[in-house]
Design a binder for this molecule. Structure first.
Ligand code: GLN
Length: 303
């Protein structure tokens, strides 16, 4: 496994120069784009990491998976999907065009509009401290904290998400007056500092349908995990989800911090860190790495 992971890193490394870090959040623009790490935790207890797998970076949109899972647990299916749909959008993660023109509801929970709506359902019943504790548990990583620099950097460049949130308020999807606290919780969740290893840990819990591999405790409801994995598969790589499903075929979620969380059902969790991004905001090296691992280990959902 280790040799294959090293090989995958070398394949991924070749594409780094073709991408860029996410400079629309200035603090992310300062990250060294040449970093690359993979971590794999399997259901039979193997834990392997290569490269920069213990380097901390911000989780960004991968937090949308945690937020969705918590909202399904706390608010239930009906509330979560009453005004947020479950269809791929085919548009950029921060687009608001169709939200206004062709649909009154966010397309899915994995893009900003959907995640903002779902975050707003959580603000009256939980807070960042509780979400942080749950995130630590789900990632099996007690060292997760808020990256204050990234949090402030994003809050200072929040116009687009603010526009989305107020559009949602105008459509009665976010309750009147709740936009500021929704944006704050959303950006805090995006600014959690994780590692490729943390993502592999979370991936393993999802691969095991919500069972913690060490304690044997059920940390997420089985049906919640089923919904989360399905939406990761259809929508997790934004407007690159279809191509990714064909070539990789593993439910995954990316973030503009360079992380990818992947779940191979009943087999393993994979975490990747590679902050050089393609035009859709997905880790460019991560994409190549996952293609290689999927082919060599037969990880495609339909293989
Ligand atoms: N915090 C980022 C944003 O809202 C997350 C986006 C992402 O990771 N694609 O723009």
């Amino acid at each position: 496994m280790r040799e294959l992971m090293k090989q995958a890193i070398e394949i991924g490394r070749k594409s780094i120069r073709l991408g860029e870090t996410a400079s629309y959040i200035p603090e992310l623009g300062r990250v060294n784009k040449n970093q690359l790490g993979i971590s794999i935790f399997t259901t039979d207890g193997v834990r392997e990491s290569v490269g920069d797998a213990d380097v901390r970076f911000t989780i960004q949109s991968i937090s949308k998976v945690i937020t969705l899972a918590i909202a399904l647990e706390k608010c239930g299916f009906h509330k979560v999907f009453e005004k947020v749909h479950m269809e791929p959008s085919g548009d950029a993660f921060n687009s608001l065009v169709k939200l206004d023109l062709s649909s009154n509801y966010p397309f899915n929970p994995m893009i900003n509009s959907g995640a903002l709506a779902i975050t707003s359902y959580l603000t009256p019943i939980t807070d960042f401290e509780e979400m942080l504790l749950i995130s630590r548990k789900l990632c099996m990583d007690e060292a997760i904290t808020l990256n204050e620099d990234v949090y402030h950097s994003e809050m200072n460049h929040i116009s687009r998400n603010k526009a989305i949130a107020y559009l949602l308020e105008s459509k009665d999807i976010i309750a009147l007056g709740c936009v500021p606290e929704t944006l704050d919780l959303y950006v805090r969740m995006c600014s959690l500092s994780v590692t490729a290893q943390s993502l592999a840990g979370f991936g393993l819990i999802l691969a095991q349908d919500g069972i913690h591999p060490v304690t044997g405790e059920r940390v997420l409801n089985e049906n919640v995990v089923k919904i989360v994995k399905t939406i990761m598969f259809t929508c997790g790589m934004y407007d690159g989800s279809g191509e990714f499903a064909v070539h990789v075929g593993i439910p995954s979620k990316s973030g503009v911090g360079g992380g990818i969380l992947s779940v191979v059902n009943q087999r393993m969790g994979i975490g990747i860190f590679g902050p050089s991004l393609d035009s859709k905001g997905n880790s460019i090296a991560g994409n190549h790495i996952l293609r290689h691992l999927s082919k060599e280990l037969n990880l495609h959902i339909f293989s």
